[in-house]
Design a binder for this molecule. Structure first.
Ligand code: 0X9
Ligand code: ZN
Length: 411
């Protein structure tokens, strides 16, 4: 045990441990149940909401995934039983899933190729961005689009045989703990570059569109989720309060500070001291406004839940082209299903998920991007944010045709 702890201290500089923590799925069916969940949410550090991402977003009839630490789990279960709320234990020991996410054997150092089937650190992704662009100079360019609060580079890749075609903007890693997201951006970039010239579909798309990929936007948060706290979601900025971090997906100029976001710096959905206070928000907002009229589609990858969400989430209103977004989501999710038989659902955020103002998808559609989706990748909660590496490959291969459907539609 001591040796295991010591090794993880070296690898993760003594990252926070989650031994015996459990994720419970709660089934609130009465006002008393909601009241108890909100009470859990109001006690600092008691409940880590996985889905939805805050107690404020909970409603009757919708299940809730929450992590409780081992020291609180018995009391929590007793309280649940007292109010008669049904629940099931979704994850028995969070730490064992953290240890088991690295379930793909490392390639030998001799194998020089970048391994797309494993999770990579922030530093590795930054270096990879420059390396892969250098390998395909006629098809790719890597730039630093900005720098984070802690001084890390926010990388932007431009892919395509021309840089002046209509754009498809894709980002990953807005939320730190959703590791499958940056993994999918990386394999997608590799697929577009390595298949150009041999795969006729990829070639056609790369000739007709300019793909802009931000492989990991919340670089500080992502780095922190590797070194200190695997469950970290927000950025790492601090505005003079005890708690760190702003929820980047509540920080955009889309009804900023509105419903489903919090003024409390300790909340997981803190909207920040001002709109676009976070460097990544600025980078993406500037890119979208600078290219107004030239971006035909925007996709932001999150996890988990296997869902396509389209605007609006910041208000109870449908986008003007909601029918078009639904039809395209239908085709795109069918394409996913055809690969590995994974079901992805779709719908507008306000109707199918929850109201949550300040998100990047709503910002995009309000700033000249007609097709805008948040895609929640695998899974449906068995592993949640702790999806094992052995599922990266399949997550990638099912997403390629889904993005092809959108690409062909906007060509
Ligand atoms: O709540 C979010 O930010 C997203 N879900 S997650 O579990 N990955 O945190 C959903 C975003 C939907 N779109 C907006 N709220 N604008
Ligand atoms: Zn997310």
């Amino acid at each position: 045990m001591k040796i295991v702890l010591l090794l993880s201290c070296i690898a993760l500089t003594c990252a926070k441990r989650f031994d015996g923590d459990q994720v419970l799925t709660l089934f609130p069916k009465a006002p008393a149940h909601l009241k108890l969940i909100k009470e859990f949410g109001s006690i600092d550090g008691l409940a880590d909401f996985w889905s939805p991402d805050s107690a404020d977003l909970v409603s009757i009839g919708k299940s809730v995934d929450v992590r409780f630490s081992t020291k609180n789990i018995r009391v929590v279960k007793r309280k649940l039983e007292k109010v008669g709320m049904e629940y099931e234990v979704k994850i028995f020991n969070v730490q064992s899933l953290i240890d088991n996410q690295f379930d793909v054997p490392r390639k030998s150092k001799a194998a020089l190729a970048y391994d797309y089937d494993v999770y990579h650190t922030a530093d590795e992704i930054i270096a990879w961005s420059d390396d892969i662009a250098a390998r395909y100079p006629s098809l790719a360019k890597s730039e630093t689009a900005g720098s984070t609060t802690e001084g890390r580079d926010i990388k932007k890749l431009t892919l395509g045989s021309k840089t002046t075609n209509p754009m498809f903007v894709i980002d990953c890693g807005i939320h730190a703990r959703e590791w499958i997201s940056p993994a999918v951006c990386q394999c997608f970039v590799n697929r577009m570059l390595s298949s150009y010239g041999t795969d006729s579909q990829v070639t056609t798309m790369m000739d007709a569109l300019t793909f802009i990929v931000f492989p990991v936007l919340n670089v500080d948060g992502y780095a922190y989720s590797w070194t200190d706290d695997r469950m970290w979601r927000k950025t790492r900025s601090n505005y003079g309060t005890v708690c760190y971090g702003v929820d980047p997906n509540r920080n955009f100029d889309a009804e900023w500070s509105g419903p489903g976001s919090s003024s409390n710096p300790c909340s997981e959905t803190y909207y920040g001291p001002q709109c676009a206070s976070e460097p990544l928000t600025n980078v993406l907002q500037d890119f979208i406004t600078d290219n107004n009229g030239n971006i035909r589609a925007y996709v932001t990858f999150h996890s988990y839940g296997q869902q396509y969400i389209y605007p609006y989430s910041c208000k109870r209103q449908d986008a003007e082209n909601a029918d078009e977004l639904a039809a395209l989501a239908f085709d795109s999710t069918e394409a996913i299903y055809a690969v590995n038989k994974k079901t992805f659902t779709f719908g507008s955020g306000h109707a199918t998920m929850y109201l949550a103002a300040g998100g990047s998808d709503d910002f995009a559609i309000d700033n000249g991007v007609p097709i805008s989706y948040t895609i929640e990748l695998r899974d449906e909660g068995r592993y949640g944010f702790l999806l094992p590496e052995s599922q990266i490959g399949d997550s990638c291969t099912e997403i390629y045709p889904a993005l092809d459907v959108i690409s062909k539609y906007i060509m």
